[in-house]
Each structure stands twice: as C-alpha cells, then as structure tokens.
Design a protein around this ligand. Structure first.
Ligand SMILES: Cc1cc2nc3c(=O)[nH]c(=O)nc-3n(C[C@H](O)[C@H](O)[C@H](O)COP(=O)(O)OP(=O)(O)OC[C@H]3O[C@@H](n4cnc5c(N)ncnc54)[C@H](O)[C@@H]3O)c2cc1C
Length: 423
C-alpha cells in the first residue's frame, strides 16, 4: 500500500510491452491506472523478442513468471559465430550464467497479449482501452489533460494526475515536446525478421548471431517444441544497404512500420550459401511463415523526458537499435523504476525527476553503445581476419580479448550477474 504519495490517477498512452508493464506495476502499488492503446483490435504482432534476466525479475515480481515459462524459451546461451557457423564465443545466459532469473526468448505479440489480459484482469476492462490514440496533452494546474481520438475518429479528452507516454518510436507526446526532431535516424542497415517452423537446432534454447557488419544472421527459438517436434524459430537477416550510415544519421527509405512485409528474394543472394553444420540457413529462410522488413533506426537521446506531470517511457523515450536484447528489457525496467519513484517520493514532479535520473543516462548509454555496433564488433574482427573461416580460433583472435569485450558491453548495458559469474 502507498505510504508516501496518495493514490494517483495515472493515464498511460500506449499498450505495448512498456505501457502494459508500467500499468501492472503502478496498479499493484494502489494507483488508479487507465491505459489507452491506439490499435482498435489487438493482434499478436511482431516476431521474436528477448527479455534479459533483470527484466524477467520485474515480471516475476508482478507474478508473471509462470505465464512466461509456459510461453517462452529460457535462452541457454548467446553464441557468436562466423558466417561459416563456427563458434567464436559462447556467452552462457540465464541461471547457468549466474543470473538470478532466466533470459526468455518469446513471441513479441504473444507477450503483449499476455500482459494485456493481465491488465484487463487487474485494472478492469473499462480501464484498458483499445482504439484510443493520444494526439497531445497539456498541463492544467496539478492535472494533465490528454487529447485523444477514438476508433471512429472522434476527439475526446481524459484528465489524470500523471501522463506516461509509452506510445512507441513515433510517440505523439515526444513530438509535441520536440517538434523539430524529425524522423528516426537510420544506420544504413535493413533487417528482415521472420519466423519459421523447424526442427530444434543446437540444444533448442540457444541464440546465435552469425556473420559480420555487412550481413548478419540472428536466430533463436521463441516457443517450446510442439508435439510434432518442430519449434517456432525467430530469425533476422541484417544487410547493410548503405555504408555511410554508421552511427546513424540517414533517413530510412519509407516510414518505419513494424508490420511491413519483406521478400525472401532480397535475402537469398546474400544468405543462400550460408549452410552451417547445425543449421541450413537458406532452408530456414525459405520456410518463413512470416517475413517483415524494418530499417535499423533509433533516435538521439533526449535532454529530458519529463514536462511537468508528463513523462516518456520505453521506445517513446529511448528508441534504440534492437541489439543486445534491450528494446523490451529497457521498457520493462522503466516501468518498475517509475513505480518505485512514485512509491518513494512525496511530490509527483520529484518522483518523475527521480525516475528520469535513474533511467535516462543508462538508456542514452545503450543507444550510444548500440551505435558502435555493440557486441557485433567481435564478429567483424573475425570476418576481417579470417574471411574463409578458421581452424583454430586462437590463431585469429585472443579469446581473452573477446571475453573482456563481452563483459565490458554487458556491464555498460546493466547486466546483473552474481559476482562469481562475472569474474
Ligand atoms: C507492432 C509492433 C511490432 C514489433 N515487433 C518487434 C519485433 O518483432 N522485435 C523487436 O525487437 N521489437 C519489436 N517491436 C518493438 C518492441 O516491442 C519495443 O522496442 C519494445 O517492446 C519497447 O516497447 P514499448 O512499449 O516502449 O513500445 P512498442 O512496443 O512500440 O509499443 C507502443 C504501443 O503504443 C501504441 N501507440 C502508438 N502510438 C500511439 C498513440 N498515439 N496513442 C496510443 N497508443 C499508441 C502502439 O500501437 C503500441 O502498442 C515491435 C513494436 C510494435 C509496435
């Protein structure tokens, strides 16, 4: 129960993973939460997503671990491999890696629907509203007045003590505060994201990133094996279309749309010969049950998220390249941080300032790290030094150098392993 701050009326714009996690955390603390999602009918959109252990801990705290365990795959390791499928480095994940919680690979849309159902069960159906799009907001004393349009295009207003804009990379509220920001920044890389049903590869729980900076294949299972032995596998083909975009700064061809269909004809010329001892990449691509295309975009870190009693959360606050499994993870960490700040502070504005102080620098750091290619740097080193493959990894790269690099990235990105596991 609340001891410091009175229960607040909180409006959350955006029923994605970040908005829904925040709704559940704030409701649990006794606030009256309403969440408005622009989409009129929620469908399981997207493909695979990863939840790092520190985000899983937050969902566990909300009582959601059993639901996650039933739908997701506990990732056993992240393997970096050459474009010939040769292992460069294996980073053990989850409990065996010294984390307090598993890392989960899961279908994004199924996870969102699970959180949505939970929100309906806890907040009540009248407070989990589909088909209302936020268009702007203003402060009115100690209230926020949000402007929305409903599914029929009719304007309406909602009042609240706090507005959390969790409305994604094209956030209307972010645009209101930063009208000159323009479109997201593209780094010249295009991602084709697909799912295929295939026999499990390796141990059936491993995530692999193979290739190099110009062409990369990421693959991991996102659901437990089915009775027929097949498993839903998520894969991403990254291809660099422009060399001059490193670090961001290009405008992507067309507006980024998470649901834009892709074509395997764009992939086979590059990946058609990638046959690993443990996975036939072209066969997986050709077996696609779904294929989407998305440019790798982010936005520059903002100087501030809070404007009075309005703040940003998740991709609205810090869209980042989907590298290092941080997209959903950081949104979930935002959710628990804002709930904690409102629990511990007397004044709403101070609480929102504390939330921002805890989260904004960390997220800005990850945006920057990902622009420097994050962990993909390792793949590039091996491709540059041994483009035709290697007999012994140590002839190509010092394994200690790789390990030190991985540890630095993970520490900067906020991974929390027990001391024994990080030494
Ligand atoms: C359809 C879709 C598919 C995705 N697929 C993938 C994927 O396959 N892999 C991956 O790594 N990441 C994917 N993402 C991004 C990923 O979900 C986010 O990076 C991460 O989960 C952070 O979540 P978020 O809640 O901040 O943002 P999002 O997940 O983008 O959620 C934002 C929500 O706000 C809603 N919204 C948008 N504008 C408004 C508005 N004006 N008013 C009210 N609601 C609004 C959106 O419909 C959405 O439900 C996808 C996002 C979307 C929206």
């Amino acid at each position: 129960m609340l001891e410091t701050l009175m229960a607040l009326d909180i409006l959350i714009a955006g029923g994605g993973i970040g908005g829904l996690a925040a709704a559940l955390a704030l409701h649990r603390d006794g606030h009256r939460v309403t969440i408005c999602e622009a989409t009129a009918e929620l469908k399981p959109l997207g493909v695979g997503i990863n939840l790092l252990p520190h985000a899983v801990a937050v969902l566990d705290d909300l009582g959601l671990l059993p639901a996650l365990q039933a739908m997701a795959v506990p990732t056993s390791a992240l393997v970096f491999a050459s474009r010939h499928g040769q292992t460069i480095y294996e980073d053990i994940r989850g409990l065996a890696g010294g984390y307090s919680h598993p890392q989960f690979s899961v279908h994004r849309g199924e996870l969102q629907l699970m959180l949505w159902r939970e929100a309906v069960a806890h907040l009540g159906a009248d407070r989990v509203i589909a088909g209302e799009r936020i268009t702007g907001a203003r402060l009115d004393g100690d209230q926020v007045v949000a402007r929305l349009v409903d599914a029929q295009g009719r304007p309406l207003e909602r009042r609240a003590g706090v507005l959390i804009a969790a409305d994604g990379i094209h956030s209307a509220i972010r645009r209101q505060f930063y009208p000159d920001e323009g479109p997201p920044r593209w780094n010249g890389m295009m991602m084709w994201r697909g799912t295929s049903l295939a026999p499990p590869f390796l141990d059936g729980r491993t995530m692999v990133q193979a290739g190099h900076r110009r062409a990369k294949f990421v693959v991991y299972p996102i659901a437990p094996p089915r009775p027929d032995g097949l498993q839903l596998i998520n894969w991403i083909c990254d291809r660099r279309l422009r060399e001059d975009g490193l670090g961001g700064g290009l405008t992507a061809p067309g507006r980024e749309d998470w649901n834009k269909p892709g074509s395997i004809d764009d992939l086979l010329p590059t990946f058609g010969g990638w046959r690993f001892p443990w996975l036939d990449v072209p066969a997986v691509i050709q077996g696609a049950t779904q294929l989407l295309e998305w440019p790798m975009v982010d936005r520059d870190p903002l100087p501030r998220w809070r404007h009075g009693r309005i703040t940003l959360l998740g991709d609205a606050a810090h869209p980042m390249y989907p590298i290092g499994s941080n997209g959903a993870t950081q949104a979930i960490l935002d959710a628990t941080a804002i709930a904690k700040a409102l629990r511990e502070e007397h004044r709403v504005e101070t609480a929102l300032a504390h939330y921002e102080a805890e989260r904004r620098p960390m997220c800005a750091r990850i945006v920057e790290l990902n622009r420097q290619e994050g962990l993909d740097y390792i793949l590039d080193m091996v491709e540059d030094r041994a483009p035709d493959g290697f007999e012994r990894l140590e002839d190509v790269i010092d394994p200690a150098e790789v390990e030190a690099f991985v540890k630095r990235y993970k520490a900067a990105a906020g991974h929390r392993q027990t001391p024994a596991a990080t030494t």
